[in-house]
Design a protein around this ligand. Structure first.
Ligand code: HEM
Ligand code: NAG
Ligand code: NAG
Length: 477
């Protein structure tokens, strides 16, 4: 009986697939212009395409090795596939990165899954194009310009020290990844935006983030429905804060214009941006900073643990900086500029373990590239690994060698922060966050990994599967 049902089911599946395939092939023939040449590659089954392979290799953090690399070997640096219903061109190499990233708004626009857009909000910068995009970028960039960074440094120092004193001094086993996330959250919300938050807010935000790449099905108890509920709570909370701030400023209380939140609300009072835009962009900034910065920090520490000689050099740099300051005194922007080797270590860690694999674009016109046509409406995925692991740009690409950053890197070959008009708006903040966190940890604590062989998983952002537990003890002096 069971065998029969099984047979019937497979037969039904076979028939429907064959039918879809026939429709699909006919359709493709019908609309193909004779002079256009699509890149090589397999489209797989209708709709589903190669999605299953893509996800499987992603989960094991082998997206490049298991999915991209074999196809590059077979078809070249540009190939086609189909992911979640969308015909997609995957492109690799500095030249392709330059072409697609710098043609944002002209030939392509960034393209996010529907769930991500719903949870971040349709008014966030990631959904803006052209003039509106430029305007929002400018507001954010001003807070992260030289004057903004100058006042950010002592604040970040203060947050890091407070956090470590409270959490690291009283325990000897710590989840490094969790600590990095908690701090990144504080740094964006408190230091950059200038907001205060109640305990529990971080976990509400994290519930939203868990839904950002979840399957687009919403039933009670699903990741997505929990995320949507958390998103509504955040919206209510932020509406209150925005309106209070607006009232304060309208009644003559001058806000500190160096804080991003103040700038947002000023823009609102002048009628340049809406309340929804302010709220959605606050949520987006937390999202953009959260897992990315924490993963970069975690991988930098992993590399330091595996390369004691680098750790030794790095520690010298920080001991030197510390010796010029009174105990407890905050660092300055000038001090962070002296952390040259530390930044090389962090950059090299992000080269080998980029927090963002790459990102999707959508063609807004038929694009001619390298003798191929990418039809309007198709997606394009550019990747960091396509250049980061390529010996054309990095000698011995799999070797950890921070000193390689002494030499100039070819443009669009090193892209942890992306490139073109959508290059990471927070890269300077990420840099300060990483450098200052490292400074206080290495100068104050002896530490070691508790789980040196910990796997990296992706979901779809990469993370250490056990949260990177470490053993810490305060250095005696
Ligand atoms: C190590 C940490 C970080 C990494 C690796 C990273 C990486 C990236 C990448 C690759 C993009 C471009 C995505 C694309 O082209 O589709 C991006 C965009 C963005 N990032 Fe970051 N990011 C980091 C930290 C941050 C922080 C701390 C913030 C702000 C607080 C931030 C805010 C943004 C924003 C607002 C965008 C969108 C820019 C736009 O659409 O114009 N990021 N980030
Ligand atoms: C460090 O900076 C913070 C924030 O700006 C400030 O509140 C604190 O007093 C500073 N600490 C020292 C020791 O100057
Ligand atoms: C920290 O490590 C250093 C070097 O390994 C060692 O000399 C020192 O005694 C350690 N301090 C503590 C408090 O464990």
């Amino acid at each position: 009986m069971a065998v029969q049902i099984c047979f019937l089911l497979s037969w039904a599946l076979f028939c429907s697939t064959a039918m879809l395939l026939a429709i699909f092939l006919k359709h493709r023939k019908g609309c193909g212009k004779s002079d256009r040449k699509l890149p090589p590659g397999e489209m797989g089954l209708p709709w589903i395409g190669e999605t299953a392979y893509f996800y499987r290799s992603q989960r094991g953090n082998q997206l490049f090795e298991e999915f991209v690399q074999p196809r590059v070997a077979k078809y070249g640096k540009i190939f086609k596939t189909r992911l979640l219903g969308s015909p997609t061109i995957i492109v690799n190499g500095a030249e392709a990165n330059r072409f697609f990233l710098s043609n944002e708004f002209k030939l392509v626009i960034s393209s996010w899954p529907t769930t991500s857009v719903q949870l971040m909000g349709i008014n966030s910068i990631m959904e803006k194009q052209g003039e509106q995009h430029r305007f929002l970028r400018e507001i954010i960039a001003t807070s992260l310009g030289p004057a903004g960074l100058e006042i950010l440094v002592p604040k970040i120092c203060d947050s890091v020290q407070l956090y470590l004193d409270k959490n690291w001094n009283v325990r000897d086993e710590i989840s490094l990844f969790h600590s990095a996330k908690a701090l990144t959250f504080t740094i964006v919300l408190v230091c950059l935006l200038g907001l205060n938050f109640e305990p529990g807010t971080l976990s509400t935000f994290e519930r939203v983030l868990e839904g950002v790449f979840a399957a687009p099905v919403s039933f009670p108890g699903s990741k997505l429905s929990r995320a949507k509920k958390a998103r509504r709570e955040i919206k209510e909370m932020l509406i209150k804060v925005v309106r209070e701030k607006r009232k304060e400023m309208e009644s003559g209380l001058v806000g500190d214009e160096r804080l991003l939140f103040t700038r947002f609300v000023s823009g609102m009072i002048r009628g340049e941006i809406s309340e929804e835009e302010v709220i959605d962009n606050v949520v987006l900034l937390v999202f953009a900073a959260h897992d990315t910065t924490s993963f970069a920090i975690a991988m930098t520490f992993k590399m330091l643990a595996e390369h004691p000689d680098c750790h030794y050099l790095l520690l010298q740099e920080h001991d030197d900086i510390m010796s010029r300051r009174r105990p407890g005194e905050n660092l300055t922007l000038e001090d962070t500029k002296k952390m040259k080797y530390t930044w090389q270590v962090a950059r090299e860690s992000m080269r080998l373990f980029p927090p963002i694999f790459g990102s999707f674009r959508k063609a807004i016109a038929d694009i001619e590239y390298e003798g191929f046509t990418i039809p309007k409406g198709w997606k394009v995925l550019w990747t960091t690994y396509g250049t980061h692991y390529n010996e054309e740009y990095f000698k011995d690409p799999l070797t950890f060698n921070p000193r390689r950053f002494e030499e100039p890197i070819p443009p669009y070959a090193y892209l942890p922060f992306g490139g073109g008009p959508r290059i990471c708006a927070g890269n300077q903040l990420a840099k300060l966050n990483i450098l200052i966190f490292i400074h206080y940890v290495v100068t104050r604590y002896n530490w070691s990994l508790l789980c040196p062989d910990e796997q990296i998983t992706m979901d779809p952002l990469p993370f250490p599967s056990h949260g990177m537990p470490i053993k810490v003890s305060l250095k005696s002096s």
